[in-house]
Design a protein around this ligand. Structure first.
Ligand code: GTP
Ligand code: MG
Length: 341
């Protein structure tokens, strides 16, 4: 049997350009406000079921057109100290959203994020954020961009076009062709620029529409998975939880994982073998960083998903380690592959 798995969408961009606030708008949450130092310091993950995307998109998308079960968003820090976390997020992604503040334009970590996307050949779109700050902008809360833009005076529209063409120029220098999303003819060779405001919600329906559309139209092949394939993933964080001991928060990006499965977690010298005691899933739209004790127990989890794994023998596991579900046939092979990486 084959299945279409949830695409992994990674938010990348310079510090404070609005990655977490964009996700807050989609989730209906206020994670960004509670972050220490008002910056993101870890990789986050949130599953957005297709029903919620359908609600937010309104008439832009028909439910019958959906083939993906939802989107799994990965949030990354924009602060310059966290290059390795951005790189890890970028490497996991099927598609990325490069968030650029419309006032500040391209900044050092925007360039760095682009380098990561080039290195992993990750398709991406640009969310040109904070359009509510363009002088004269008239807000219509949560409105699709194509509706909002018709409400703006000519002068404001021209200002926005200038911002967009500044980004088109930056992307051109980096070797990418780009255009405002509603003028893109072929997303396989043109980067779509979606003007949004994470604060007012304008353009968020368009961003979601483009992400679902591009995922389904241009890389559906990558999303077709065998339903029983052994799971593969990456460790995001190792956490001590009250009553559970050491646990790992992971992204499962391929296959299936079951309670009772054995996994190998790759450390360079000696992969660690352990057995899944329980699988804990955040509720839909909940950021895995914020779940506290509010998880749902699962017997089986399909990719792509952010989950907490409870298992013995996690003392020498670190963030960034890969893991795979093993069985008697493939254990030696996977061990050798992990040791040679
Ligand atoms: P890091 O994770 O630390 O890299 O930052 P970030 O990209 O996640 O930015 P964050 O979402 O934390 O937003 C930074 C600041 O910009 C916050 O004060 C937000 O309220 C503000 N902000 C984000 N989006 C918008 C927007 O669309 N309009 C306006 N006016 N402010 C915004
Ligand atoms: Mg953030």
């Amino acid at each position: 049997m084959e299945n279409i798995r949830t695409p992994i969408v990674c938010m990348l961009g310079h510090v404070d350009h609005g990655k977490t606030t964009t996700l807050d708008k989609i989730r209906g949450s206020t994670v960004a406000e509670r972050e220490s130092g008002a910056i993101t310091q870890h990789i986050g993950a949130t599953e957005i079921p297709i029903d919620i995307i359908d609600n937010l998109c309104g008439p832009l998308l028909n439910k019958e057109d959906f083939k993906v079960p939802g989107l799994l968003f990965i949030d990354t820090p924009g602060h310059h100290a966290f290059t390795s976390l951005r790189s890890r997020g970028g490497s996991l992604a099927d598609i990325a959203v490069l968030v650029v503040d419309a006032t500040d334009g391209f900044q050092p970590q925007t360039e760095e994020a682009l380098d990561i996307l080039k290195r992993y050949k990750t398709p991406f779109v640009v969310a040109l954020n904070k359009i509510d700050k363009i002088p004269g902008w008239q807000t219509t809360q949560n409105s699709p961009f194509q509706k909002s833009i018709t409400k703006q005076k000519n002068k404001t529209q021209t200002k926005l076009e200038e911002k967009i063409y500044e980004i088109v120029g930056n992307l051109h220098e980096a070797g990418f062709q780009s255009e405002r999303f509603d003028r893109v003819k072929d997303y396989s060779n043109t980067v779509g620029i979606i003007p949004i405001s994470a604060k007012t919600g304008e353009g968020i329906p368009d961003l979601l529409m483009v992400l679902v559309g591009v995922a389904q139209q241009y890389f559906q092949q990558n999303l077709i998975v065998e339903t029983q394939k052994p799971g593969k993933g990456t460790v995001l964080e190792v956490k001590e939880e009250k009553g559970l001991g050491k646990t790992i928060d992971v992204i499962l990006y391929d296959g299936v994982i079951n309670v009772g499965d054995q996994i190998l977690i790759g450390s360079h010298q000696n992969p660690i073998k352990t057995k899944i005691r329980s699988l804990l899933k955040p509720k839909p739209t909940q950021e895995i960083r914020e779940t506290g004790q509010k998880f749902q127990k699962a017997q089986k989890v399909d990719a792509a998903s952010g989950i907490k794994i409870v298992a013995p023998n996690l003392d020498n596991v670190f963030a960034g380690y890969p893991f795979q579900v093993i069985n008697n046939q493939n254990e030696q092979k996977i061990k050798q592959e992990m040791q040679s990486q």
